[in-house]
Design a protein around this ligand. Structure first.
Ligand code: S3P
Length: 424
């Protein structure tokens, strides 16, 4: 994919459904009673992996290219006849593990080359403590082998801030006897809690702790999935780069545990407003209008790094165009995503002529730098491919994004939608 520099971004867009919410609604639909009907389901390959795992587990799943998905849940899963293919999706593998841990079945889960390198001990440890038999390849990497069991509820204090781990434990807790309690070191996205409530599950929350009683029955839902804010991030970060830009993003997920990018952009000087705010199945949804503003700079650390975890690559990629630069700390998790995102961001910024300081847990990117077009190495990682497509819009000369088709993992429409709002 060749990206030519642009002059402006104008127009209005609606995005396919949020990836995190689509995974959760589909999985919970699979174990609920009745038919779950979803509209604007994520069009990404990751969520298709979740649907195909559900089919392998005996659920009847119908989906259309227009984003309508119907899942007939029976409250339990059937023994699959082959290994579950999770593709590139860490969310699928980790969260499904939680659902499988309490089912009377034995199964294997595998993934592609990138997923096969990702750490699974973070879900294996708590699920074993609850009574599941679970093993993995060397270094606790996929494939996983899970033998479900009668689970015991437990109190778990997670050493890692991960919504996937929280979800795996809470999902297992649905099938456990007693009260499961999960505490996280920093607040992570809360879609699992909101989705469980939407499916009729009672749970309580206090600070960073969630409690859930096992044995509750889930009731199917009908829902529209709000537009994906992590996909919107690329457009928001592009719009702020052009002096005359004006972009409207409708039907966008604005859950406060996901919308930290809006706060950071605003704090840095972007002109941003939210209208038509409403709540659907406990999730906030609204329209965001964004215009240019000379961006100052930011230091992102602690809980803010956790809240922005999927948006950090694109923020780092536009950092050279800010006045004071952006420093990212406490984001070591970026090294174990679909790629080592710290290393690849640093490599690609340098390829475009920027200076930056790569650290174990983040990056420091000085501001006020000029970039030139370059050959970008996406490492097959969707968010790196899209982040550097945005950086390329303000560079001098064309850029070539190697592995650009990885955008299909979360956002297959990315390049066409981007072209539709760019002026050259
Ligand atoms: C996700 C949680 C995050 C995020 C991922 C989706 C989720 O991962 O990076 O893209 O839907 O729960 P971690 O739980 O590993 O932080």
């Amino acid at each position: 994919m060749i990206i030519r520099p642009a002059r402006n971004m104008l127009g209005s867009i609606r995005l396919p459904g949020d990836k995190s919410i689509s995974h959760r609604y589909a999985m919970l639909g699979g174990i609920a009673h009745g038919t779950t009907r979803l509209a604007n389901f994520s069009t990404g390959a990751d969520c298709a992996s979740t649907l195909s795992c559900l089919r392998q587990l005996g659920c009847v799943v119908n989906s259309t290219p227009a984003g309508l998905v119907e899942i007939e849940g029976r409250g339990w899963f059937q023994q699959p006849s082959s290994s579950l293919d999770c593709g590139n999706s860490g969310s699928t593998m980790r969260m499904m593990s939680g659902l499988l841990a309490g089912q009377p079945i034995v199964c294997d889960l595998h993934g592609d080359e990138s997923l096969s390198r990702r750490p699974m001990a973070r879900v294996m440890t708590p699920l074993r403590l609850m009574g599941a038999e679970i093993s993995a390849a060397a270094g606790d990497r996929p494939p996983l082998h899970i033998k479900g069991a009668r689970l015991r509820a437990m109190e778990y204090v997670s050493p890692v801030a991960s919504a996937q781990v929280k979800s795996a434990v809470l999902f297992a807790g649905l099938f456990a006897e007693g009260l499961t309690s999960f505490e996280e070191p920093w607040r992570t996205r809360d879609h699992t809690e909101q989705a469980l409530r939407a499916f009729g599950v009672e749970l309580s929350k206090k600070r960073n702790r969630v409690n859930l009683q096992g044995g509750q029955k889930l009731k199917a839902i009908e829902a529209g999935v709000p537009g994906d804010i992590s996909s919107a991030a690329f457009f928001l970060c592009a719009a702020v780069l052009f002096p005359d830009s004006n972009l409207l993003i409708e039907n966008l997920l604005l859950n406060p545990t996901r919308s930290a990018l809006l706060d950071v952009l605003k704090q840095m000087g972007a002109r941003l407003s939210v209208i038509n705010l409403e709540e659907r199945h406990n999730e906030l949804v609204g329209t965001v209008k964004v215009e240019h503003g000379q961006l100052t700079g930011a230091i992102i650390e602690g809980g803010q790094s956790v809240a922005l975890i999927d948006e950090l690559p694109v923020l780092a990629a536009i950092a050279p165009y800010t006045r004071d630069g952006i420093e990212i700390r406490d984001a070591k998790e970026l090294r174990v995503k679909e790629s080592d995102r710290i290393a690849l961001v640093a490599k690609n910024l340098r390829a475009m002529g920027a200076v930056c300081d790569e650290r174990e847990d983040g990056l420091k990117v000085p501001g006020n730098q000029k970039l030139h077009g370059a050959e970008i190495d996406s490492g097959g990682d969707h968010r790196i491919a899209m982040a550097f497509s945005i950086a390329a819009l303000r560079a001098e000369g064309d850029s070539r994004i190697a592995g650009a088709d990885s955008a299909r993992i979360s956002f297959p429409e990315f390049f066409t939608m981007l072209e539709s709002v760019l002026e050259r």
